[in-house]
Write a protein that binds this ligand. Structure first.
Ligand code: BGC
Length: 410
């Protein structure tokens, strides 16, 4: 096994725009959070006020020892009405990218992370045939303004789950349940959107461009029959994205757990998301999200992404983490997950980053603020940041390029 991470390896943390910025009032999620009967336990409100506090956050991240930051730009702000682009908002994001460079931090920029401008939602959102071209136009415009300061560009975050969550489970906007055809239309449109957005972004930047995929480690047990669980449908869509990614500059791997599939279908805790529970009970076996605490899933996911894209597309781990109120668990989780990264490197897989989800405790979509994914706690009244021991642990790994011999050692 590789003893240390290679020179130039990116160690960082990630946030998604809507989950931390606050006041994203022109988006479909804002509508969803406030609508009658919303499944969201609470609205995003001011989130972490990252929109105003990004400078301090980037300085804090760099001060911890991390050399990379993944964050998003918000389409609903940049194009507040169809075809109307906001120079002021693009300037805002440019200042964020500049702040990263001032601190020697490589910015990994996400163009789309779940949310849509409300006017795109009203046109029919992901399931509408106009979606790919609208997304292409937005990406072209944003890349024209920001391309020279981007480190890596991610087109769409976890596109393969968006149709399923919004049109089958109904836990994301537009909140439709059981419409598999609309979910497939959304998946087709998202594939096309990535295909169109990639050259539109590349026209204005030298930064590598790719897509970031949710890749649970699917483990089939003896006697498991291929069926129609949500995970298998999602994994079919994943295969189409893997094919498309063969032409990209990198692939983003995002993993949180494994799903074991037995003869009767998925049998891991939390594998049936149809009735997403609002009760977040962390136990020794499961995280606050109700799924299995299984950090070694990262190795399975990296190997799957590598093989499925022909064994030559560089891999960025763009998200990996655990929702827990026991921070020492986060350290143990990272130690095992990063050990898997070292194993994959030793097997010859070209892994270039470990970006932890998340920098901050933030808005976890329908679950609100209860799940604690952050390396840094955020006071919900004052927005004060409090780095946890896990933040210092990851910073130390980044500085030394090595994992400590015992996970609790730092
Ligand atoms: C998403 C994040 C989310 C995280 C933890 C990923 O699927 O990109 O937005 O907060 O998982 O659930």
């Amino acid at each position: 096994m590789a003893a240390s991470f290679p020179e130039g390896f990116l160690f960082g943390a990630a946030v998604g725009a809507h989950q931390v910025e606050g006041g994203n009032t022109n988006s479909d999620w804002w509508w969803w959070e406030h609508r009658d009967g919303s499944p969201c336990v609470e609205p995003s409100a001011d989130a972490c006020d990252f929109y105003h506090r990004y400078r301090d956050d980037i300085a804090m991240l760099a001060g911890l020892g991390l050399n990379s930051f993944r964050f998003g730009i918000e389409w609903a702000r940049i194009e507040p009405a169809g075809g109307e682009f906001s120079t002021a908002q693009l300037d805002h994001y440019r200042r964020m990218l500049d702040a990263c460079h001032e601190h020697g931090v490589t910015p990994i920029l996400t163009f789309h992370h779940f949310t849509l401008p409300i006017w795109v939602h009203e046109l029919g959102g992901f399931a509408d045939s106009r979606f790919p071209q609208l997304f292409e136009r937005y990406c072209e415009r944003a890349a024209r303004a920001l391309g020279d300061v981007i480190g890596y560009a991610c087109t769409i975050n976890e596109p393969q789950g968006l149709g399923w969550s919004g049109y089958v489970l109904g836990i994301n906007p537009p909140g439709v349940k059981g419409d598999q055809r609309a979910a497939r239309r959304a998946a087709d449109n998202l594939l096309e959107a990535h295909r169109l957005a990639t050259p539109a972004i590349k026209a204005h930047t030298k930064a590598p461009v790719g897509v970031t995929l949710a890749i649970p480690d699917l483990q089939y047990e003896d006697g498991a029959e291929p069926g129609h669980s949500g995970f298998e449908v999602e994994s079919e869509v994943n295969d189409r994205f893997f094919d498309l990614a063969r032409g990209d500059d990198f692939i983003g791997v995002q993993t949180y757990t494994r799903i074991r599939i037995g003869p009767e279908g998925p049998r891991s805790p939390g594998a049936d998301w149809s009735g997403v529970s609002r009760e977040l009970h962390e136990t020794d076996e499961v995280t606050q999200m109700g799924y299995e605490n299984y950090p070694r899933a990262l190795g399975g996911a990296i190997r799957r992404a590598w093989k499925s894209t022909g064994g030559r597309i560089p891999i960025l781990v763009t998200e990996n983490g655990i929702a827990t109120i026991r921070d020492e668990r986060r350290i143990a989780f990272m130690a095992e997950a990063m050990d898997e990264v070292l194993k994959c490197l030793a097997e010859g897989i070209d892994v270039r980053s470990y970006i932890h989800w998340s920098l901050l405790d933030n808005f976890e979509w329908v679950f609100g603020y209860t799940p604690r994914f952050g390396l840094v706690a955020v006071d919900r009244q004052t927005f004060a940041r409090h780095p946890k021991p896990s933040a210092r642990w990851l910073g130390e790994v980044a500085r030394s390029g090595k994992l400590p011999t015992s996970s609790g050692a730092l």
